[in-house]
Design a protein around this ligand. Structure first.
Ligand code: ADP
Ligand code: MG
Ligand code: ZN
Length: 189
């Protein structure tokens, strides 16, 4: 009997705070698959229109073409022919993403998901924690603290907006370590 079943899919999650290189790492893995002539499908949520609507773009300006979708169900439909599926900014999808990733992996596909594991209050950011519990492979990336240079696993919002989702980059957020992170005022939500 073969030890490796070639029809077996899996889930990889790349998580961490903003600026930790999640998107760079996702692009790196997807490019390698494309070079190896695997069929690759790449998605991101429509809400993330910061740099581009038809590319995934990192803060270091690496980019790769992608399809913007509203729901995980669209990913399931559009990814049927793909062997490798990349999903960026996965924290912006609802929790139905978990079942979609499981179904795609069960169907023999390699599913690579990148997203924030915590929000700007340091609270777990669903559905990433659910995906971490189910994934075969997990990479937890760190940024560099903008205050002291230590490894940074937190995202500091440097404006006073208290909504959970405010799409932005270094104009609104910076990477901070445990020591330098300052909790936002507890207010409405
Ligand atoms: P993420 O997707 O995790 O937000 P990206 O892959 O888009 O991260 O960007 C990573 C890049 O961000 C780094 O290679 C670097 O050029 C840049 N960067 C900006 N601020 C920082 C920081 N504080 N620490 C590390 N990298 C940073
Ligand atoms: Mg990113
Ligand atoms: Zn620090």
């Amino acid at each position: 009997m073969n030890v490796i079943n070639r029809d077996c899919g899996w889930i990889e999650v790349v998580c961490g705070p903003m600026f930790s290189g999640k998107t760079e790492e996702l692009i790196r893995r997807l490019r390698r698959a494309q070079i190896a002539k695997q069929r690759v499908a790449i998605f991101k949520p429509k809400i993330d229109d910061r740099f581009s609507t038809d590319h995934i773009v990192s803060h270091s300006e690496a980019r790769i073409p992608s399809v913007a979708v509203d729901t995980p169900q669209e990913i399931e439909e559009l990814a049927m022919e793909a062997q490798v599926i990349g999903i960026d900014e996965a924290q912006f999808f609802d929790e139905s993403l978990v079942a979609v990733c499981e179904a795609l992996a069960d169907a023999g596909k390699r599913v690579i998901v990148a997203g924030l594991d915590t929000d700007f209050r340091t609270k777990p950011f669903e559905p990433i924690p659910q995906l971490l519990a189910r994934a075969e492979y997990i990479t937890k990336a760190l940024a560099i603290c903008m205050q002291c240079g230590n490894p940074a696993n937190r995202t500091q919002r440097i404006t006073s907006d208290s909504r959970k989702v405010v799409v932005g980059a270094s104009d609104i957020y910076e990477a901070r370590c445990r020591n330098c992170y300052e909790p936002p005022d507890e207010e409405d939500e």
